[in-house]
Write a protein that binds this ligand. Structure first.
Ligand code: UD1
Ligand code: CA
Length: 458
């Protein structure tokens, strides 16, 4: 249960220069979701309210996360992590929370359990609780300084760290996760200065200031907690993504999902795969996708925001986006289902068939080389190889309706808007521009003429 007395602040205004991308850093994706998705999910699990400080690319971040809309705070100039918290502080106070949990937006592997522990420490009386970990090489992370008794005395950022002044590097670093008593830290927060090499207001200076002011400062130390450290480069992003992927694959296996080549099965955090489903890698199943019991997804498929019902089969090399494959239906190999594609129960959609805003009724078939756009196909109809719905006149899209049990001969062009009645038959090679009544035979092609004596001079 979230702690109602705790307001979380996610710092997400930075540029992320080291990512070499125009996209705001927190929108860099892992398993199809931006970093902010993961951080916000962890924060929401433990805190009563979540505020997100945005700045660089603020409009893009706002647009990508409408669910966080109420909690956005804009940091117009990025003057450092301490400044980011100052900008959000008025909203923290307004929320009435006694505690403020601070997270870095670029640490997507943070887990709710770590946050729970930190909140627990703060609620037991620490004015400033923060999480640290120890690395073989402290790299660019903030160094945690401790006194002779082992008590924390401050954090020094890598750029400012000098063993001659600060003592030998112990490898203990700041993870960037803090839980603060709102009442106790306010004075220290607004007395931060930018007197450091980067000329920024560092949230990490709160620790030293807090100690000097006699606040209770508690560092929770975790050994080797790589997961808590942020992602600062394409390499770290790839490593974090792989850790998340492997974790999800392991959870799926434990729950009863069968995975082949499990090291290459990529399932996003929002996808729901039921026990008894079977996935073969390499494949990517992302976004808000569900795969039912007994359903199978073959290798080389990319599936996003789609519903695959129990017992359906998506064979190798399919591309699905916002599509539905009903129970008993078979798609692929090599099928492209674009938004609004709906393959009905026991229907069949085969190789090099593309569907967009199109439905195949129960038991209908479109087995080869076909485009169905803005089309409904009735139950049991058969769409011959090479059938194309001509749905676009260059300005508008038009609909095609094909009745139950109709048979469309190979290489037919259906020029929309047009209806083919139930049980009708369209001859192969036809260009259909007029409606075909139920049960009728439509032939719309040039007649064949056989001329004797090919190639002989008279
Ligand atoms: C920060 C910590 C460092 C810690 C490390 C852990 C500081 C000064 N340093 O360093 O001690 O070891 O995280 O990963 O806090 N941000 C803003 N506004 C700003 C600047 C940054 O919102 O003006 C956000 C960034 O978008 C990012 C987060 O704050 O999500 C952390 O900033 P970043 O520049 O990545 O800090 P690090 O150098 O990683
Ligand atoms: Ca960082």
């Amino acid at each position: 249960m979230p702690h109602e007395n705790t307001t979380a602040v996610i710092l997400a205004a930075g540029k992320g220069t080291r990512m070499h991308s125009d996209k705001p850093k927190v929108l860099q994706t892992l398993l199809g979701e931006g970093m902010l998705h993961y951080v916000a999910a962890a924060a929401n699990a433990v805190a009563g309210r979540v505020l997100t400080v945005v700045g660089h690319g603020a409009d893009q971040v706002r647009a990508a996360y409408p669910a966080l809309a109420e909690g956005f705070v804009e940091q117009l100039e990025q003057k450092g992590t301490g400044h980011a918290l100052q900008v959000a502080w008025e909203r923290v106070r307004q929320s009435g929370a006694t505690h403020c949990l601070v997270l870095n937006g670029d640490a997507p592997l943070v887990a709710a359990e770590d946050l729970e522990e930190l909140i627990g420490t703060a609620q037991e009386g620490a004015d400033i609780a923060f999480l640290t970990t120890t690395l073989p090489d402290a790299g660019a992370f903030g160094r945690v300084l401790r006194g002779a008794e082992g008590d924390v005395t401050g954090i020094v950022e890598a750029k400012d760290f000098d063993p001659a002044v600060h003592g030998a590097d112990t490898g203990e670093v700041n993870t960037g996760l803090f839980c603060l008593s709102v009442a106790a830290v306010e004075d220290a927060l607004f007395s931060l200065t930018s007197a450091n090499r980067a000329g920024e207001y560092y949230i990490t200076d709160l620790v030293g200031l807090g100690v000097q002011a006699g606040l209770k400062v508690h560092a929770l130390r975790r050994e080797g907690a790589l997961d808590l450290l942020g992602v600062n480069s394409p390499l770290e992003l790839a490593q974090a993504e792989e850790r998340l992927r492997a974790g999800i694959a392991e959870r799926l296996l434990a729950s009863g999902v069968r995975l082949h080549q499990h090291g290459q099965v990529v399932v996003g955090p929002r996808a729901a795969i039921e026990p008894g489903a079977e996935l073969t890698g390499p494949c990517r199943i992302l976004g808000d996708t569900s795969v039912g019991r007994g359903a199978r997804v073959g290798a080389f498929c990319q599936i996003a925001d789609s519903v695959i019902d129990a017992g359906a089969e998506v064979r190798e090399y399919c591309h699905l986006e916002n599509a539905h494959v009903a129970a008993g239906a078979v798609a692929g190999p090599f099928t492209r289902l674009r938004p609004g594609a709906d393959v009905g129960e026991n229907a069949r959609v085969g190789n090099f068939v593309e569907m967009k805003k199109a439905s195949l009724g129960p038991g209908a078939k479109a087995s080869h080389l076909t485009y169905l756009g803005d089309t409904s196909v009735g139950a049991g109809a058969n769409i011959g190889a090479g059938t194309i719905t001509c749905n676009y006149d260059g300005v508008h899209k038009h609909k095609t309706e094909i009745g139950a049990g109709a048979f469309i001969g190979s290489n037919t062009a259906l020029v929309a808007p047009v209806c083919v009645g139930a049980g009708a038959l369209v001859a192969a090679g036809s260009v259909i521009t007029k409606n075909v009544p139920d049960g009728a035979l439509a032939v719309a092609r040039g007649r064949q003429a056989n001329i004797e004596g090919r190639g002989k001079k008279s």
